[in-house]
Design a protein around this ligand. Structure first.
Ligand code: HEM
Length: 159
């Protein structure tokens, strides 16, 4: 094995999303996902309200789970959660620790968020991004999905 392929395989091993190297994920984050998230957050509360609305349409049974916390607080928390998913893909260990905590809070013994809910969460988020980021296209969505996949898998694995 030559030194270059060792470096490559390490980059693969450290990647949050199987099949995509850490470097490729970081490039997607800097070039596509972060700028898209900034555009979405320009009308921040509208973006998150729209996201929860879509999630509630897809999963009516989840609506009642959100009764405890005020919506402004919930919006701030979910913005942080999305940031953690992005930073985890970027190799940030603090974000990984935070996702491990979130995995516990969402697990069967706490919030009880079923693994099959996650694809709906992601699809609701993608629809909301396409609606609120004027520059979003198919490539933007693919980049978001690739970047978020690792953190979502971590959460689901903690169920
Ligand atoms: C990877 C995806 C997800 C992330 C990053 C995320 C993030 C968060 C965060 C940051 C909180 C705040 C509470 C805490 O810090 O423990 C939270 C609460 C919550 N999440 Fe998630 N979440 C995800 C997926 C889901 C899914 C799929 C569902 C259900 C469909 C869900 C339902 C809830 C509920 C019911 C709460 C509690 C809200 C309340 O106390 O009113 N989450 N989530």
């Amino acid at each position: 094995m030559n030194p270059e392929s060792i470096t490559m395989s390490r980059a693969e091993a450290a990647s949050a999303t199987p099949g995509i190297s850490r470097n490729s994920l970081s490039a997607l984050i800097e070039d596509v996902v972060r700028p898209s998230f900034v555009r979405c957050c320009a009308d921040s509360s509208e973006f998150f309200d729209a996201f929860y609305f879509r999630l509630g349409v897809r999963l009516p049974q989840v609506g009642t789970m959100f009764a405890q916390v005020g919506m402004q607080k919930q919006n701030d928390l979910i913005r942080e959660g999305i940031k953690d998913l992005i930073e985890y893909a970027n190799g940030d260990s603090k974000a990984e620790a935070e996702l491990q905590r979130l995995a516990k809070s969402h697990s069967r013994s706490r919030l009880g968020v079923l693994p099959e809910y996650y694809p709906h969460w992601i699809d609701s988020l993608m629809e909301t991004i396409r609606e609120h980021d004027p520059a979003a296209n198919d490539e933007t969505e693919t980049a978001w999905r690739q970047v978020l996949a690792g953190g979502v898998a971590l959460m689901v694995a903690g169920y």
